[in-house]
Design a protein around this ligand. Structure first.
Ligand code: FAD
Ligand code: SF4
Length: 477
């Protein structure tokens, strides 16, 4: 434990951010590097409380408690406080192969379960994790190593966080791993979903390059079951881990949705990141357009932030649900992770550029209006919830729009591999794989494809656990 009175002496300080107005002019990361002295104060707040739910990592009644990776949080905090960042990073890597990702994009489930959070502000665990990962990259703490081989071949389908984690773990324990990925780059949603200002794509590329150095092979442009024969993979490998994500997007169900200028979030965000990487304007740009983002979740917020950067004339974000509460509700007492109202990076930027928060809660789209096949406006309507159903207000309002981006969630994994292998699915269409085993011998599943749309930290945890299941199979043979 760092400083015995640290939690009484120091208040929580959040990661320093660039000014919302100036950062909205580029796609560089919006969180600034963390100063050493801030880290020292913040890690001193961890009191190694003896009931460290922060690294409990389980789900109860659909709510999570602590870090799904079971990061050794009090130990890491203590090592950072003592200035031994190299050891802190090594400790992080015991449980988390990618702290540079989670330190940037994790919603910090651990902080929702921090004992300090019961009566005040939790320890800034995520900030400390990012600091250790960034220091490791800067100082070269991590040395790629190739483990002795065990003579088993594993294929991983999908190079998102679950696929990368499965590949890393299998390779670490000596399996020969090939990752098949339909896109042209690794990362899955880390690459083409989460925008560059939250996670610089250089970080994803560099981590994948390290895996390659350690022996993991990548085949890009291989959409297994579509342009790459699944049978070759099933016959050519001792085990296959299916990590294909839950990429089927929910479409908007409103008249006029077929007009030009109505796009899904992933179409929009992928085009934007491709353009950022190519240093060219995006094929689907919000420049000079009045934008409506339908969906108030994190994906919708990433669309708001992207549209602001592209020079939108205005952005409105619609959310059908009411705003979450400001304070921990009774339904999620400590140490459960609470869903609280937050003003995210994109909201701050939209407010700085346009003078107002872009969000409208309890509002949905009733109809999309077009002229000559192009969207010109949307009729939106206020709703009121009665139990599980909503009732629309009688009077819609027409909002002008040149671009409507729908960020309404995902329906589950693509079905080609599922159908060809005859994999069982759960009632939501996700691959049914109890203990990560699909029921078809040698075929495992992990990540969003198995648990449904979730989080990077859960995807990493799933990838590791599926790899462990594979290794058990290899051990049995
Ligand atoms: C816009 C957006 C922002 C998000 N922001 C956050 C965030 O800030 N923090 C957070 O924790 N979570 C966030 N999430 C959720 C998080 O990104 C996902 O939960 C996580 O990426 C799931 O990992 P995965 O490996 O299971 O799937 P994915 O990341 O979806 O990766 C699946 C990979 O499989 C590939 N693939 C699919 N089918 C095939 C095939 N047939 N053959 C070969 N390859 C195939 C895909 O191309 C993809 O690369 C966000 C999601 C979105 C959409
Ligand atoms: S991965 Fe997420 S939940 Fe786990 S310690 Fe890091 S920030 Fe917390």
């Amino acid at each position: 434990m760092g400083k015995i009175t640290g939690f009484m002496e120091f208040d929580r300080e959040n990661p320093p951010e660039r000014d919302p107005l100036s950062r909205a002019a580029d796609f560089n990361e919006y969180v600034l590097p963390v100063p050493d002295e801030l880290l020292c104060r913040q890690s001193a707040r961890c009191m190694d409380c003896g009931v460290p739910f922060c690294h409990a990592g389980f789900i109860t009644d659909g709510n999570s408690i602590g870090c799904p990776l079971r990061n050794l949080i009090p130990e890491v905090n203590d090592l950072v406080y003592r200035g031994n960042v190299k050891a802190a990073y090594a400790r992080l890597r015991v449980t988390n192969p990618f702290p540079e990702f989670t330190g940037r994009v994790c919603p910090a489930l651990c902080e929702g379960s921090c004992t300090l959070g019961e009566h005040g502000d939790p320890v800034t665990v995520k900030l400390i994790e990012k600091f250790a990962a960034d220091e490791a990259a800067k100082e070269g703490f991590y040395k790629s190593e190739r483990a002795p081989r065990i003579g088993k071949k594993a294929a991983v389908i999908g190079a998102g966080p679950s696929g990368l984690a499965a590949a890393e773990y299998l390779n670490r324990f000596g399996a020969d791993v090939t990752v098949f990925e339909k896109a042209d780059r690794p990362g899955g949603l880390l690459m083409y979903g989460i925008p560059n200002m939250k996670l610089d794509k250089k970080i994803v590329m560099s981590r994948a390059a390290e895996l390659k150095k350690e022996g993991v092979e990548f085949v890009f442009g291989a959409e297994v079951g579509v342009n790459y024969p699944l049978i070759d993979i099933v016959r050519g490998f001792d085990a296959v881990v299916v990590c294909i994500g839950a990429g089927r997007e929910r479409r908007i169900n409103a008249d006029g949705a077929d007009n030009d200028g109505v796009v899904t979030a992933m179409t929009y965000l992928t085009a934007s990141t491709r353009a950022v990487l190519a240093k060219k304007p995006s094929e689907i740009s919000a420049k000079g357009k009045r934008v409506i983002v339908v969906g108030g979740g994190d994906t919708g917020t990433d669309c708001v932030a992207t549209a602001v950067r592209q020079g939108a004339a205005g952005v409105v974000q619609l959310e059908i649900m009411p705003p979450p509460p400001d304070k921990r509700p009774d339904s999620t007492p400590w140490p459960l992770f609470p869903r609280l109202f937050k003003t995210d990076y994109g909201h701050k930027e939209a407010a700085a550029v346009f003078g107002a928060d872009p969000r409208r809660f309890l509002t949905t789209v009733k109809r999309i209006n077009g002229k000559n096949g192009r969207v010109v406006s949307a009729d939106v309507v206020k709703v009121r919830w009665e139990g599980r159903n909503f009732v629309e207000d009688a009077k819609p309002q027409t909002l002008p729009a040149d671009l409507i981006i729908t960020a309404m969630g995902f329906l589950g994994p693509q079905t080609e591999i599922i159908n060809e292998l005859g994999l069982k699915t759960d009632p939501r269409g996700n691959i049914a794989a109890d203990r990560f085993e699909t029921g078809v011998p040698g075929i495992f599943a992990a990540g969003d494809a198995r648990r449904g749309p979730s989080l990077v930290v859960w995807a990493i945890s799933e990838g590791i656990n599926a790899a462990k299941a594979c290794l058990r199979l290899f051990g049995d043979k």
